[in-house]
Design a protein around this ligand. Structure first.
Ligand SMILES: NC(=O)c1ccc[n+]([C@@H]2O[C@H](COP(=O)([O-])OP(=O)(O)OC[C@H]3O[C@@H](n4cnc5c(N)ncnc54)[C@H](O)[C@@H]3O)[C@@H](O)[C@H]2O)c1
Length: 257
């Protein structure tokens, strides 16, 4: 059966690493045309190469494109979205994945600069990109997938700022599901658990003891992989999820506590 995402233009933030990169590779395999964005330009080039290249040379509607982009900067977001829409003619789906994973610290040890950085990437970035892309997203038929976290409903001491941004992404996305739904544009949330990505330092790159504790605390006995999340993101964008709107989908293997 042909993929319902073949030929669809998909705008991805945070595409240079981890879940964003893995999702780009998955969507490339399904025949989508990708707009890959991130602040990390060398990482973006690597992702593009993993997606078969296609960014350089003469632009064609079917080739992927890359843009350096800090999602916390509204003017940069407007510029890049306008350029992407001009190049590809439209956007079909948006994956708001760029974000900063938590560093555990008590609130009294948390700086305003840290707050601004996390809110800028994790929440303001979702706002900026959604606002800029909405006029270009195909209606009906388009969709958004926004990344929250198990921290989007499950609070933990030492991660107040991160938790606040991920709770906020759920609220923002549900409002957008109501606002864009009547035009036939769906907005859903993916909420990963402990996924083994480069910046998930507390767990994935922590001590062997910490990793073992996480694995033993998970019903499936392992951490998630970026591909575990990418498969769900691709489904949420596909026609198979046509009646899913405002949903928050956990991809966490089920935590025991
Ligand atoms: N890894 C996990 O366990 C986990 C769990 C739940 C949620 N998440 C969320 O998933 C998303 C992806 O995380 P990941 O684990 O793949 O991390 P990652 O660090 O591998 O990838 C995040 C990407 O976002 C980019 N980025 C950061 N700030 C940016 C900004 N201001 N503008 C543009 N790009 C920016 C980084 O350069 C990086 O390429 C994040 O929103 C994260 O909070 C991750």
């Amino acid at each position: 059966m042909p993929s319902s995402l073949a030929g669809k233009v998909i705008f991805i933030t945070g595409a240079a690493s981890g879940i964003g990169r893995s999702t780009a590779i998955k969507l490339h395999g399904l025949g989508a045309v990708l707009v890959l964005t991130d602040i990390n330009e060398p990482g973006l080039a690597e992702t593009l190469a993993l997606c078969g290249g296609g960014g350089g040379g003469t632009p064609t509607p079917s080739s992927h494109s890359t843009f350096a982009l800090d999602v916390s900067d509204p003017e940069a977001v407007d510029r890049v979205v306008a350029a992407a829409a001009a190049r590809h003619g439209r956007l079909d789906h948006v994956f708001n994945c760029a974000g900063i994973n938590p560093t555990a610290a008590a609130l009294t040890a948390t700086s305003v600069a840290y707050f601004d950085r996390l809110v800028g990437a994790n929440l303001k970035g979702v706002f900026n990109v959604t606002k800029a892309t909405a006029p270009h997203v195909a209606a009906p038929g388009g969709s958004y997938v926004n990344v929250s976290s198990i921290s989007g409903w499950n609070p933990t001491a030492g991660t107040a700022v991160y938790c606040a941004t991920k709770f906020a992404v759920v609220g923002f996305s549900k409002c957008m599901a109501l606002e864009l739904g009547p035009a036939g544009v769906r907005v859903n949330v993916v909420a990963p658990g402990y996924i083994d990505t480069p910046t998930n330092a507390g767990i994935a790159r922590g001590t062997p003891e910490a990793r073992l504790a996480m694995e033993q605390g998970n019903a499936l006995g392992r951490m998630g992989t970026p591909a575990d999340v990418a498969d769900v993101v691709a489904f949420l964008m596909s026609d198979g999820a046509r009646y899913m709107n405002g949903s928050v989908v956990q991809v966490d293997g089920m935590l025991k506590t």
